[in-house]
Design a protein around this ligand. Structure first.
Ligand code: TYC
Length: 135
């Protein structure tokens, strides 16, 4: 599994709640054990070991030359938007100057931004995206 796929696995496995783990009962009442001692076992609430990764915005920037249809195509191709959503976001970038088009873990945000910039360059359009940390 590559790094990006692994990143997603961890993200999916992120635990929202403490997970009980079974431990051998030591005959000692100190510590955070629940009072379930059937069969000589007590449970203890384990600290979640995975933290949510910090998230990063991919921001699309306006320019005066990239055709609107190409921007819509970019949003469909790299950000999985349907035509209606892509058109709406493209128009926001066009009128506001920039818009967040997706929020991802750092590696995925960087990769998407680079893919967009490279694809625009290969098609001789000045379209640019950038990555910014979320607040
Ligand atoms: N402003 C461009 C035009 O008028 C359209 C455009 C939209 C360009 C969004 C870039 O990220 C962009 N053709």
């Amino acid at each position: 599994m590559n790094d990006i796929a692994e990143g997603w696995t961890n993200l999916n496995m992120t635990m929202r709640d403490p997970v009980p783990e079974v431990v051998r009962y030591q005959g000692d009442d100190t510590g955070d054990t629940d009072q379930d001692r059937e069969g000589g076992l007590a449970t203890v609430t384990a600290k979640p070991e995975l933290k949510r990764p910090p998230m990063f915005k991919v921001i699309l920037l306006n320019d005066d030359y990239t055709p609107m249809e190409f921007v819509v195509h970019i949003l469909e191709r790299f950000f999985g938007m349907n035509r209606e959503k892509a058109t709406q976001i493209m128009l926001t970038v066009h009128t506001e100057g920039a818009a967040t088009v997706g929020i991802f873990p750092r590696d995925i945000a960087e990769t998407k931004s680079e893919q967009v910039n490279l694809y625009a360059q290969e098609n001789n359009h000045p379209l640019m995206s950038m990555v910014e940390m979320t607040d």
